[in-house]
Design a protein around this ligand. Structure first.
Ligand code: FAD
Length: 376
């Protein structure tokens, strides 16, 4: 076994999106020698095109541990944001006023209530408050709603942030702690080497004692190189941004929120379109129409831009955290709620990675859950 000095870093993190940079910041704060290898600006990146919700309600149907993991991150977010501000001077505009899922008919409202009841009735479901609001109660929170709005579900644990500033702060923070960020380092191969790993790209090679795959949709290709499995696929989401408005929306709604800078984000679609990240007028007009039905006054507000970005989606929608059995020291982390879970990734997962062992509570998130026995 070579000495630690044989490696250029303790941990190579592949991917500099929200997962990679949250993990790298967390690791660097613990004194780990970290290198972040990132494909660069040409990449498909969910982290630059998301809706920036820190969202708890409705997460975890089918896997209550995911609800608990999400709640834990939401509870940790205030401290996480404060730490980032203290270290980088950047305010990531985190607020947790509670969030709303607005329903545009009685049928939608009933379906929403039934879904949340199923979620909360699951055995071992973590306890947290939520309520169904009829129209009259909702009007007290959102006086400008349109006549079609029937009500909403409300959860006080929901919030939002400025996710581009979050990504910026994490990059600044990890580098301030000594992490190296290698832009344009598209990892082409990873080989177990001398008790550690050798990562190769056109720019050269890097040797690391441990490796964390946090390459978003790129994980599907990289994982098998170190005996891991990452059944992830891209899932497109389109978003509209309006001109800046006076502050009028005190609560993030799952498809509509006012940013700290005043603009509204209207979103976000869920589409299976492979790696096509183009914007389509049909979807954009549906998103706009729903926003106007929610708040009729938005009909006269100007749209300034729209975009599409690709989520990183597992087959069952839940995260994957794993360590390789055949190449110990190789880890993977992937999920579709990288804003919400950023606090956990930085402050809970990173210490486990530094220690070289995932805690038993993460066992449920192993990709082994996708192994289907073919035995008769
Ligand atoms: C429309 C939309 C709305 C969303 N809304 C929310 C929300 O409201 N709340 C929430 O919590 N989450 C939301 N998300 C999800 C969130 O954005 C993602 O979970 C998160 O950004 C995933 O981060 P990531 O780092 O795993 O992936 P990415 O951001 O995709 O980053 C992966 C990185 O890996 C790099 N890479 C890939 N392959 C390689 C390689 N071989 N070598 C080196 N580098 C490589 C790429 O360059 C890229 O920088 C949304 C996503 C979308 C698309």
């Amino acid at each position: 076994m070579p000495s630690a000095g044989a490696y250029e870093c303790d941990i190579a993190v592949v991917g500099g999106g929200l997962l990679g940079s949250s993990i790298a910041w967390g690791l660097a704060r613990l004194g780990q020698k970290v290198a972040v290898l990132d494909e660069g600006d040409v990449a498909y990146r969910a982290s630059r095109g998301n809706f920036a919700l820190v969202w708890v309600q409705s997460k975890g149907l089918g896997l209550p541990d995911y609800a608990a993991w999400t709640k834990r991150s939401s509870d940790g977010w205030r401290g996480f944001a404060d730490l980032l501000k203290e270290e980088t001077g950047r305010d990531v505009a985190f607020a947790r006023p509670g969030g709303l899922h607005v329903c545009l008919s009685e049928r939608e409202l009933e379906a929403r209530a039934a879904l949340l009841m199923r979620l909360h009735n699951q055995p071992n479901m973590v306890r947290y408050p939520y309520e169904m609001l009829e129209r009259a109660a909702l009007e007290k929170l959102l006086p400008d709603i349109g006549p079609e709005v029937a009500g909403a579900s409300y959860c006080p644990l929901d919030g939002h942030c400025n996710s581009l500033r979050l990504l910026r702060a994490l990059h600044q923070g990890m580098q301030a702690w000594g992490a190296r960020y290698l832009a344009g380092f598209l990892v082409e191969s990873i080989e177990p080497h001398g008790g550690g790993f050798r990562l190769s790209s056109k720019l050269g090679e890097l040797r690391a004692a441990k490796v964390v795959l946090a390459a978003g949709n790129g994980n599907a290709r990289l994982a098998p190189m170190v005996g891991l499995h990452a059944p992830v696929r891209p899932q497109r989401g389109q978003i509209i941004v309006t001109e800046k408005l006076r502050p009028f929306l005190n609560y993030p709604i799952v498809t509509l929120r006012q940013t700290d800078e005043g603009g509204l984000l209207l979103g976000d679609s869920v589409e299976e379109a492979g790696f096509d990240d183009s914007v389509g007028h049909g979807v954009i007009s549906m998103l706009a129409a729903r926003a106007v039905r929610t708040f009729p006054a938005l009909a006269s507000v100007n749209v300034v831009r729209s975009w599409a970005a690709l989520r990183v989606m597992t087959a069952d929608g839940f995260p994957i955290y794993d360590q390789s059995g055949s190449a110990p020291g190789a880890f993977i982390a992937t999920c579709h709620s990288g804003v919400t879970l950023a606090a956990n990734h930085a402050l809970v997962l990173a210490p486990m990675l530094a220690a070289g062992k995932l805690a038993p509570e993460l066992e449920v998130f192993s990709a082994r859950r996708f192994d289907v026995s073919t035995a008769a």
